[in-house]
Design a protein around this ligand. Structure first.
Ligand code: F6P
Length: 325
């Protein structure tokens, strides 16, 4: 493997609060350790098109508190193809970039893994996604900020729910993972959460209508994980048909969940894992994601990090069930 001098940094997939803090950390840690950081714009699209800029420390000044990503991001279908990866490698060779730090979620780290398998490139992943669905790290960059945003929104929705004595189905993001829904439900004091990880149990709506609504409770908040078929609208429709005595409303929080200034937790996570990425390169690690588990930096093989079955703590069901009586 060629000696590493230039390290490319890119953000890919859905933006997440804290990505800028991660870009700043990787850039500055790279400079401190004698590497030349190179910002790559528009994720893998920019990698294939050679949209590179050599960064100095000033390029990342004043960005730690900004949401989104100064490098822009994209979901690239072309990079998944053989031709796409070949073009990306050619551009890296031309620019003399030997290593990549990829900040993104499941799809983005899968792309990094495939690329590193086919070409002589060192790829280091940072867990950048609001969904918290990457294996081997306690939390992902952006997850805590999003949870706080959801909590603020639901606290407001609760005012209307209580005043009008309504059932509100609030839909949150998470793709195929219920971490956001389950934990934000606990944080908001919601009456129930409907999450993909619980699909094997009995009909979640029936259970909630049976146990979750006490006679004395005339308003309720149910947090629902997004889903093309069984999202908040689906459950609201069912309640209207099956329990017409209730006044039901839906609130889909959508992309407002992804924006905003990152919390202290996400800034620290991004900063620590960013420094960890450069340490990984110095140690000669390849094709790992940098995470934090039990407050310690860990290096997780990319193939592990992207596993689709990140353990969901089933005890959280009990916490919500018992506290929402
Ligand atoms: O992966 C992050 C995420 O926000 C998911 O929770 C959601 O399903 C998806 O991205 C939405 O993506 P887009 O902004 O491309 O519609």
């Amino acid at each position: 493997m060629a000696k590493i001098h230039k390290i490319g940094i890119l953000t890919s997939g859905g933006d997440a609060p804290g990505m800028n803090a991660a870009i700043r950390a990787v850039t500055r840690a790279a400079i401190c350790n004698g590497f030349q950081p190179v910002g790559i714009y528009r994720g893998y699209e920019g990698l294939m098109n050679g949209e590179f800029k050599e960064f100095s420390t000033e390029n990342v000044s004043g960005i730690i508190g900004l949401g989104g990503t100064i490098l822009k991001t994209a979901r690239s279908k072309e990079f998944m193809t053989e031709e796409g990866k070949a073009r990306a490698y050619e551009q890296m060779q031309k620019a003399g970039i030997q290593a990549l730090v990829v900040i993104g979620g499941n799809g983005s780290l899968t792309g990094a893994m495939d690329f590193a398998r086919e070409y002589d490139v060192c790829c280091i992943g940072l867990p950048g996604t609001i969904d918290n669905d990457l294996y081997g790290t306690d939390s992902t960059i952006g997850y805590d900020t999003t949870m706080n945003t959801i909590m603020e929104c639901v606290d407001r929705i609760r005012d209307t729910a209580q005043s009008h004595e309504r059932i509100f189905f609030v839909e949150v993001m998470g793709r195929d993972a219920g971490f956001l829904a389950q934990n934000s439900a606990i944080a908001c004091g919601a009456e129930a959460a409907i999450v993909p990880e619980d699909m094997t149990r009995a009909d979640q709506l029936a259970r909630f209508m049976e146990h979750g609504i006490r006679k004395s409770k005339r308003s309720c908040i149910v947090i629902v994980s997004e889903s093309p078929k069984c999202g908040a609208l689906y459950y609201a429709d069912r309640v209207r048909k099956e329990f017409p005595q209730f006044d039901v409303r839906v609130s889909i929080l959508g992309h407002l969940q992804r924006g905003g200034s990152p919390t202290a937790h996400d800034r620290i996570l991004a900063s620590r894992t960013g420094v960890g990425a450069i340490e990984a390169i110095i140690q000669g690690q390849r094709n790992v994601m940098v995470g934090i588990r039990n407050n310690e930096i860990v290096y997780v093989p990319l193939s592990e990090a992207i596993r689709q079955d990140k353990p969901f703590d089933k005890k959280l069901f009990k916490v919500l069930d018992e506290l929402s009586i």
